[in-house]
Write a protein that binds this ligand. Structure first.
Ligand code: T46
Length: 133
């Protein structure tokens, strides 16, 4: 079972010039098949409430603050605060997630597969039962 972790992207620049952060396939845990971004989420909304059978993701708060709570199949929980645009969170498959956003947050996701609703586990009971198999 893989574990989630934070990684820091290579950055180019300075406080005087601004920065470029770079994500090349060769430095990533998987080849990117899809990119999506999420923005203008009200702070009262808790997104997620699902896991994925196969999908792996690298998520970045390119602006604002985003808090991920992840639970693995053994029931172990971890919380990650993303508030720096040069830092990404690797989320392996089979992790139940809940996500809080500051209203100004923009989440950029680099995903290992194209969108497939069949890959989602949207019931926590089902997640626990898949985990027990
Ligand atoms: C995750 C967090 C960070 C699509 O049609 N294509 C897509 O690529 C995505 C991501 C979503 N959708 C549709 C599916 C739903 O009808 O957009 C609707 C909302 O998606 P979802 O409920 O998955 O939204 P979030 O914000 O709870 O979760 C998404 C990702 O699905 C998830 O893997 O980690 O963003």
């Amino acid at each position: 079972m893989q574990t989630p972790y934070l990684l820091t992207f290579d950055t180019i620049g300075s406080p005087d010039l601004g920065y470029i952060a770079v994500a090349e396939n060769s430095a990533l845990p998987f080849p990117i098949k899809r990119t999506y971004w999420i923005y203008c989420t009200p702070e009262t909304v808790l997104r997620g409430h699902h896991a994925h059978h196969e999908l792996q993701q690298l998520v970045i708060a390119v602006h604002g603050r985003i808090e991920f709570t992840l639970e693995n199949v053994a029931g172990e929980k971890s919380t990650f605060l993303l508030d720096a645009p040069e830092v990404g969170l690797f989320i392996p498959e089979m992790h139940w997630r809940t996500i809080n956003f500051s209203h100004d947050a923009v989440l950029l996701c680099l995903a290992s597969t194209e969108y497939n609703e069949a890959d989602y586990i949207r019931s926590f009971e089902e997640f626990k039962s898949v985990a027990r198999r």
